[in-house]
Write a protein that binds this ligand. Structure first.
Ligand code: SF4
Length: 321
């Protein structure tokens, strides 16, 4: 009996979420394969891996050493050679066909990526090279938000964490969810194209502050919401953690779809592989998300069978449509 009711609720949420997607978007679904890694399936083969490249301003250095990462997400990024400089690096990349860059890096103890001193170069990258510039900024203050606006960046990304315990125990940051909200407010004040990320299961595989993070984000004008999944990385304290259950993830996809019906929602590249990935990718399509990065084999066919029209892009899903 109880099982029957639960599956009815699940089906109802799925149907309502997909109907919401159809009501607010055309039938295109976006598949992304940015040049962060080589990507090839039967359905989607990367053609221009140099098109969109990630740069780490700090190399693999990061003051926070979060429990789920230990700066491992910086490893596939191009480490900035301080002697060469950001503008020269971007010029070199542009000469090789790069059209967009993600400027990211490790964090300072205050949770901010050290962007301030690179603002003049970022401005020149925009003006002289015409590259698309996305920035992963971490928490920001007023001056950085203004500086990024003046530099002309195309979009800003930041992880939004809704639980103080997770901010302290996972990110080792002496901040509160309010500080993340203040960052969203500052970015909105300067008219940025905001692309917040929520990491599902960040609290050691458990859901803790994701709904608070979603509510926070829904209070601001964001252009793309990116959902990623806690991925137990080898060599981190979370390597043995169970990722969150697919049912919980699917339910959150549905909640996000209904809470932000007009906002493009993407499933980002960070998520566990294997059967978990295939099930999560299917759920992303079933619950009306607008796109996913590095889709599991068979997802293009699955989307077509749902009446959706696949569109392929070789930049970050945070870039949106
Ligand atoms: S701040 Fe970012 S790069 Fe540094 S450890 Fe945390 S998630 Fe990794």
């Amino acid at each position: 009996m109880a099982g029957g009711i639960v599956s009815e609720q699940v089906e109802a949420l799925q149907a309502e979420a997909f109907a919401t997607r159809q009501a607010h978007f055309d039938n295109r679904i976006y598949f992304f394969a940015p040049g962060l890694k080589h990507f090839e399936t039967e359905e989607f083969r990367q053609q221009t891996p140099q098109a969109f490249r990630p740069i780490s301003l700090t190399g693999s250095a990061c003051a926070l050493q979060c429990e789920h990462c230990k700066s491992k997400i910086l490893e596939p990024m191009i480490p900035l050679d301080q002697k060469e400089g950001l503008l020269a690096l971007c010029r070199r990349l542009a000469e090789r066909g790069t059209r967009g860059v993600l400027i990211s890096g490790g964090s300072q103890p205050n949770g901010q990526v050290p962007l301030r001193k690179y603002l003049p170069e970022i401005s020149r990258v925009k003006q002289e090279l015409g590259l698309r510039v996305m920035v992963h900024c971490g928490v920001v203050d007023e001056d950085t938000a203004r500086g990024l606006r003046d530099a002309g960046v195309d979009g800003v990304m930041l992880d939004i964490i809704g639980a103080e315990e997770t901010i302290r125990q996972v990110y080792h940051l002496d901040l509160t969810p309010g500080d993340f909200e203040r960052s969203l407010a500052a970015l909105a004040r300067y008219g940025h194209s905001i692309r917040p990320h929520i990491i599902l299961g960040l609290h050691f595989g458990r859901f803790l502050g994701e709904e608070q993070a979603l509510e926070m984000i829904a209070r601001y004008p964001v252009d793309v919401l990116v959902l990623v999944i806690l991925t137990p990385l080898v060599g981190t304290p979370m390597q043995g953690v169970e990722p969150p259950a697919v049912e919980l993830i699917a339910n959150f996809f549905g909640q996000a779809r209904l809470r932000m019906p007009h906002t493009p929602i993407m499933l980002g590249c960070a998520r566990p592989l294997g059967d978990h990935k295939t099930a999560v990718d299917r759920a992303a399509i079933d619950y009306g998300l607008n796109g996913l990065a590095y889709p599991a084999e068979g997802m293009v066919r699955y989307a077509r069978n749902m009446g959706l029209e696949p569109v392929f892009r070789e930049n970050s899903c945070s870039c949106g449509f």
